[in-house]
Design a protein around this ligand. Structure first.
Ligand code: BV8
Length: 240
């Protein structure tokens, strides 16, 4: 608690695990229904989109609906509360669901994009509206190219400036949270090690217990939606 209350600059990296208690499947959870025979990693690539644009568009339409219906959970709310208390707070997320912003987190860096935005596959520019003439995927009103979700696919680089800001937050923070992430996807996963090497205290919150290397790394095992509100309550003696 001292570490949390006394921290000047806090950074947090979140993954699919923080949205699990909002009813959204993680990447480790088997997909359901139409999608059970696909691994997310196989659909979330430019190659998969070029091979079968309809299939990939419809997969994102399915996830967009699930994410639209989901509500932020107490874990999201607790991070927004930490932001309100901390002098400096940066939330770096791998999630494309926008639930952090819906929980009133302000300083959010979306490393892998956001499913509610759409881009032209040819021109690589954001597209706000297009003619709903039933084409799947729809086409860009400017160049006629296919439209795609504004997310980062495997093999595609992260938005440079966003990743630079995330690196900076990891280097200059004195407390770094890694929450609900398996740490398998790069370069996002390397942020925890960047923070640790820069001398930050690391707090890992995950259901799974990981063999821990170094003493300056705390591990809290359990659902983020229960652990984070408790941390806030104990640090600042108030509700989430
Ligand atoms: C790139 C958007 C330049 C789309 C996503 C170095 C080494 C090896 C490979 C690479 C490397 N560098 C680059 C690569 C290739 C690749 C990569 O990392 N591959 C992996 C699979 C090995 N990286 C890339 O391609 C990146 N681009 O590097 O460009 C380049 C290109 C090629 C080669 C070199 C350089 C782009 C990566 C971004 C891809 N897009 N998402 C979409 O969502 O559809 S990644 C996507 O998967 C998510 O955004 C997230 O990042 C990842 C899933 O991971 P998590 O979020 O951690 O979720 P997961 O399900 O795995 O784990 C959940 C955890 O939560 C579990 O631990 C569980 O125990 C826990 N949990 C569950 N419930 C709870 C909980 N914890 C707490 N509370 C709970 N209630």
């Amino acid at each position: 608690m001292e570490a949390l209350r006394g921290a000047k600059s806090i950074a947090a990296l979140t993954g699919a695990g923080i949205s699990a208690e909002s009813g959204l499947p993680t990447f480790r959870d088997p997909q359901t229904g139409l999608w059970e025979k696909f691994r997310p990693e196989d659909l979330a690539t430019p190659e998969a989109f070029q091979r079968n644009p309809k299939l990939v568009w419809e997969w994102y339409a399915h996830r967009r609906e699930l994410m639209g219906q989901a509500q932020p959970n107490p874990g999201h709310a607790a991070l927004a509360a930490i932001e309100r208390h901390a002098a400096t707070f940066t939330l770096v997320t791998q999630n494309i669901d926008g639930l952090h912003q819906r929980a009133d987190s302000r300083n959010v860096l979306e490393l892998h994009g956001n499913i509610t935005r759409t881009r032209c596959f040819e021109e690589d520019t954001l597209v706000e509206s297009w003619s709903a003439n039933g084409e799947v995927p729809p086409h860009c009103p400017r160049c006629g190219g296919l439209l795609r979700p504004d997310v980062v696919w495997f093999g595609e680089s992260l938005p440079e400036e966003t990743f630079e800001q995330a690196l900076e937050a990891a280097i200059f923070c004195d407390l770094f949270f890694s929450i609900g992430t398996s740490g398998l996807v790069e370069p996002a996963a390397s942020l925890t090690e960047v923070a640790r090497r820069a001398g930050a205290t690391i707090v890992v919150i995950n259901l799974e217990v990981e063999p821990l290397a170094s003493p300056d790394l705390y591990q809290l095992n359990g659902p983020a939606g229960q652990i984070l509100p408790e941390l806030v309550r104990q640090a600042w003696r108030e509700e989430g």
